[in-house]
Design a protein around this ligand. Sequence first.
Ligand code: PMP
Length: 427
Amino acid sequence: MPSREDITYFGAGPALLPTDVLETAAASLLNYKDTGLGIAEHSHRSELATNIINEAKADLASYLDIPEDYEVLFMQGGGTGEFSATAYNLVGAWVERKKKAIFGDLPGAEANEPGLMQQLKTTIDKDLKLDYIITGGWSQKAAAEAARLLGPEHVNIVADAREINDGKFGKIPDESTWKLSEDAALVYWCDNETVDGVEFPAFPKCLEPKADGSGPIVVADMSSNILSRRVPVRNFSVIFFGAQKNLGSTGVTVVIIKKDLLPPKLQQPSASLMRKLALPIPPIILQYEIIAKNNSLYNTLSIFDVYVAGQVLKKLLNTYPNKAAGQEAVSDKKAQLIYGALEAHPDVYKIIPDKAVRSRMNICFRVTKGGDVDGSEKAFLKESTAQGLTGLKGHRSVGGIRASSYNSIPMKGAEALAKFIEEFAQA
Ligand code: PMP
């Protein structure tokens, strides 16, 4: 029977967690801070729970350099829940802006001004657009959810990477070809496509804010690369990520949101207005202003999962005095090791995505030894597993091999995989 030390798990999520964090968490499950009660048993309304939330928020803000005018929310519903939440909340914000522009501050204007109401409806029919940049399976799913909630006529596909790559993901179309809407409710992308191994190399130039801070309302899914590099937070309105790949255990989803999108700066439109406009009303649990107002405790939150995330953040802060930049250097090095081993044997391995957009987190490739892809991938998986290198099977939708080199994969795990890749090619 293998022990933890014998295994490096390269699965795409849930992913490896540091053993010392798990040991502390396991002890805390039984008896947290000598209270005689485990952390998953304490009330989410206790002072102890509030402290865990506030510390995790402060440590995340410190690690990622999140400015003061951003809020951190712990939510439930995973990355998938955020596909819906981002659409609901940013459509609400867009409608509120348009309503202000049309109605001004007229009290009770909604009910009494049918002419203005008609004008708002016409503006929505004509101008409401949500922009999606599709570079892989997850951004595709997010765009599909927006189309399901609002109707495809309100979803603008800015670019679809498959159109420049023979119907497959693996490239990011050049910004000059993007078709952005005039005044989109959001511009959305997935920073790292977990299934397809495509990562944005940098923040797109055309979406950078102007000197006065105004600019497109940018939303990014960073579920599979958060904490692995520096993030220009100010360029984003919303960043979200599930915890289960780079941060902690499955069960919490983090949202970093610009306070401009929350009260007192901005209030979501009333449910009755949205009904009149035939627009969807978000379930209350997906409404950012409700979660923010309650410091993430509108309803019962898994404090245990916030605790695990908090412990991982403390470990990162202790390990890297230069914070995200420190982990970025390590992530780059691990990816270089693995890609380097693959590139050394082009006759045996075919890396899927284009070099310019290769993910540092999810390294996707095919094994083509002797022209027998199926047989050689089976052999690759069998032999790597025998050496304790596990979780390497590609996503069921695309096949092949995928090595997820998340933050908790130690350098020696990446070195062992690179060595195995080399030896398998030579055998
Ligand atoms: N976005 C990305 C980039 C993902 O990798 C995943 C899950 N692998 C999701 C969203 C969906 O997350 P969840 O399973 O937490 O809903």
